[in-house]
Design a protein around this ligand. Structure first.
Ligand SMILES: Nc1nc2c(ncn2[C@@H]2O[C@H](COP(=O)(O)OP(=O)(O)O)[C@@H](O)[C@H]2O)c(=O)[nH]1
Ligand SMILES: [Mg+2]
Length: 285
């Protein structure tokens, strides 16, 4: 889990770094979380990525609802994007990546050819908000553990490139994008999926929102998972989770707080099932 707390200073620094790195590439491979494809995208990417080819990877697709995944794929394709649904931990899910990069960069490749640069490599960088899977993606694409995990100041001087087949060069340092903070609902979705630290938000409220969201979009799924009786009252719902999971605090009292912790953690880890918290149409692409 990424512990970065975003302050305006961090954002300015990340933005400047992105702008520097972007000068080096033709293509941005933008990673979004398939469970929340709109909320996990950075609002400034459009402007930052002007003039660059773009490929969207809806990552962690294995944790999202398959039917909703397909709907998002169609929605993004309709907008003219090249898109891939992937579990970036799996090599086989990234088999198509070279072909899709070629597709996303077709114009650039043709322009290079016209200018006589037949074998000029396409340069790409991976970008996305913390915890979306950038390092995992780079490692899998590279087929070896070449991407550094975490920040190690001073280790990399100059840019490292990972040379791929078909004349593709991937920058081994991902671009870290900051999430949207202005919209409180977006913050909730990011906390529910574990993209930002949940303790930034009120956990009780987050759990209640999650229960309501699940009851609206996936009726019965949470109750089935916890083997409890459904109820419209989120406080009662949590009470029932506390009961079946034997959540007790000092003095043998039921601890709703522990139930909240269990719910948020099990949801984040995908134990509850494949759930999508956003559908196309909920939010602008
Ligand atoms: N289920 C699932 N987990 C993933 C996927 N991609 C990354 N992860 C996990 O998400 C966490 C964050 O990944 P990481 O690559 O460090 O994210 P980064 O901060 O963007 O570099 C790690 O625990 C990964 O194992 C995916 O496609 N599916
Ligand atoms: Mg990383």
């Amino acid at each position: 889990m990424n512990d970065i707390q975003w302050y305006p200073g961090h954002m300015t620094k990340a933005k400047r770094q992105m702008q520097e790195d972007l000068k080096l590439v033709d293509l941005i491979i933008e990673l979004a979380d398939a469970r929340i494809p709109a909320a996990s995208r950075n609002p400034d990417i459009r402007q930052l990525g002007q003039g660059k080819a773009r490929l969207i990877v809806l990552n962690k697709a294995d944790m999202a609802d398959e039917a909703v995944n397909r709907a998002w794929l169609n929605a993004f394709q309709k907008e003219g994007y090249t898109v891939l649904l992937a579990d970036s931990r799996k090599r086989s899910d990234l088999n198509k990546i070279n072909a899709l990069i070629q597709e996303a960069c077709r114009e650039r490749i043709e322009r290079n050819k016209r200018r006589g640069f037949k074998n000029k490599p396409i340069r790409a960088m991976v970008a996305g908000i913390p915890n979306v899977g950038k390092s995992t993606f780079i490692n899998t694409v590279a087929g070896r553990a070449s991407a550094k995990t975490g920040n190690q100041p001073g280790v990399t001087k100059g840019k490292q490139w990972i040379h791929l087949k078909n004349g593709l060069d991937l920058l081994d340092t991902p671009g870290i994008l900051w999430p949207k903070f202005e919209d409180p609902h977006v913050g909730e979705l990011l906390a529910m999926t574990g993209s930002i630290r949940q303790d930034i938000l009120n956990r009780d409220e987050l759990a209640v929102r999650l229960i309501r969201l699940m009851q609206d979009e996936y009726p019965g799924v949470l109750a089935d998972y916890y083997k409890i009786e459904e109820t419209d009252d989120p406080a009662e719902f949590l009470q029932r989770i506390a009961e079946v999971r034997n959540c007790v605090a000092k003095g043998n009292e039921l601890s709703v707080d522990k139930a909240i912790q269990i719910l948020l953690e099990e949801f984040r880890n995908g134990k509850v099932g494949r759930i999508s918290l956003e559908k196309p149409g909920d939010a602008a692409l």
